[in-house]
Design a protein around this ligand. Sequence first.
Ligand SMILES: C[S@@+](CC[C@H](N)C(=O)[O-])C[C@H]1O[C@@H](n2cnc3c(N)ncnc32)[C@H](O)[C@@H]1O
Length: 227
Amino acid sequence: MQSDRPHDPPATPRATQTPKYVAPPPIRYGEMARRAPDGDIDFDTLLPGEGPRELEIGFGRGRFLIERARSAPGSRILGIEIKAKWGHLVEERRKREGLTHVVALSGDARQILPRLRPHAGLARVFLHFPDPWWKKKHGKRRVLDDDFLREVARLLAPGGELFMQTDVEDRGIEMRDRIVSYEVEGKPAFALEGGFEIANPYGARSNREARADEDHLPVYRVLAKRA
Ligand SMILES: C[S@@+](CC[C@H](N)C(=O)[O-])C[C@H]1O[C@@H](n2cnc3c(N)ncnc32)[C@H](O)[C@@H]1O
């Protein structure tokens, strides 16, 4: 309706209904994430080339995986992360950044490692801040157990490195002791290099590691070589 008064704005029709909020469709990371192939998994098919083969278990938000890819352009680096969201986002990021010598797979390392080939072919295995649950009742969720060490011992080349770090001292002690006492054919499978205080020699830090550094928290590191 037109107002009689000269300075009034023209009348606007009143909204009859408040628009309903429509939630965006859920992001199905589980369907989008890159999965390991079925059956045996050939490292060289995933990452062809000649460079040293490296493996990171549980890369989370992927800081180490990406930084390591930049600091070791000659290496071929495979990451495995159980959370599909992070697996997918990190795989997308490495593609955006043109990093063709790294692949981020989504899946449970406990199911993927036994299918990985070749035997005795990895130069390095990284495990940064695994298992934040250190209570006894959480034992069955642990990544670093004897099944894991059996696969790492099978996959690492002689002299290959297993690098593990944590900010929970008890977990560090437990994991170090487990690594040192693990045997293959009656002989120690790993030889320790230095103590907890060693520096991270890989030119890359994980998200949890960077946070620990910012908070001035101690980090307990274990570097062991395949005997
Ligand atoms: C405490 S977070 C540390 C993340 C990252 N490594 C860091 O240092 O910032 C542990 C990571 O391991 C992953 N993880 C746990 N169990 C796993 C498994 N069986 N296979 C692959 N990843 C696993 C978790 O989803 C999580 O991202």
